[in-house]
Design a protein around this ligand. Sequence first.
Ligand SMILES: C[S@@+](CC[C@H](N)C(=O)[O-])C[C@H]1O[C@@H](n2cnc3c(N)ncnc32)[C@H](O)[C@@H]1O
Length: 441
Amino acid sequence: MRMDVLQELRNATLDRIQEFGDKNRLETRIVEDLSIEKEECILQWGERNDVRTKLKIAYVEGAGRGAIATEDLKVGDVALEIPMSIVISEELVHESDMFPILEKIDGISSETMLLLWSMKEKHNSNSKFKTYFNALPEAFNTGLSFEFDAIMVLAGTLLLEEIIEAKKHLNAQYEELVPALCKDHPDIFPPEFYTQEQFLWACELWYSNGMQVMFTDGKLRTCLIPIAGFLNHSLYPHIMHYGKVDSKTNSLKFGVSKPCNMGEQCYLSYGNFSSSHLVTFYGFIPQGDNLYDTIPLEIDNPQGDCPEEFHPVSDSATHMVRGTWLSNNHEIFHYGLPPPLLDHLRSAWSTVPPTKTPTLANLEVEEKVLRDILSTYETLMECIGDTEEDNRRNSSWDVKLAMEYKAIQRRIISSILTSCHSGLKTIENEMCRCAALTSSG
Ligand SMILES: C[S@@+](CC[C@H](N)C(=O)[O-])C[C@H]1O[C@@H](n2cnc3c(N)ncnc32)[C@H](O)[C@@H]1O
């Protein structure tokens, strides 16, 4: 009896997953006329090294290479199994001739050591990972490589600062570490392999292809995983859990949590990242509504010059606001906006905690709250400015990506403005109703 219930529950869950998958299927267009010789080489190398896969590699429109299912994959099927013997992890640095030098550097992380190791290993014709390095892109095109024009497109968005800060940080890290290593140990760190451009390439490699793996000792380490590195990200991924080493097989198993049909692109989840993070460190914006795209709103006391006693909750706070189309409550007192933000502003405009009843006093508070939000986002919208949609087609990859990002920001702000306007209209109607009731009563 208990087994039947569990089986039914399992079937119902699988049906829901299937239904969700069908509703959110992303169409993959395979680009046939590009050579996949290097990718096939790495698959053959994988086979010789006991990789098991139900995926093939192809060029897909808009995302470089991707992994395509070679058969129908059901929930629980392992799409890819990678033995730990071909995973690139810190162990390799420990075995290398650079480790005795690097371990003496105060505060250097394993990730930085691996980054420096990969800059040299890439040129090693006897490397065990030669086929892997051969199949890596020459340029990663992440936000870290944005040129001036693209950065200028981002004016008015927080991504502008994020990218500038990240670039500054990488330059400082390079200057602090690399020239001295090349000068003091040119045999181990040949200067021609350690230019600033190559350092940026390696940073982009690790940011966009590094995966967090939980080893059998319970420690999380950032690794490069050949072949798995061809999996693209989706907001509706097939593979969600992969990062724990299976101690019995000493391998990483990439099992699917959502069915993937033969010929369909099999997607991984890189994590719960916003578009700004994905642009900066991966260089793309995923298709669909990203729940992690928010516009942070910093709030101080909205009536800053009023005496404290009138505003019991006057502290500042940061609220994350998503596109209001993602909310299913657009009624009065909700407006598709985050309740904590509304409550924060209400408490700043009212000496008593307002209730969600449409009395004249409450409606007046609601109006002030919405006007506050409206004016903040109107200012933000002005700062962001117009997107020059017409120029997009002829622009470089980075300007196009920056414009795409900005369009998302505008869409979010525009939804907030629309929700505020429609909320104000509702409040106005309610106020008229209240006034009519008062005068008739
Ligand atoms: C781990 S690699 C995936 C394989 C990669 N497409 C390739 O050709 O090597 C990560 C990179 O793939 C690209 N990518 C991943 N998911 C994507 C997506 N949904 N749309 C567009 N590009 C994507 C981005 O360039 C990202 O930095």
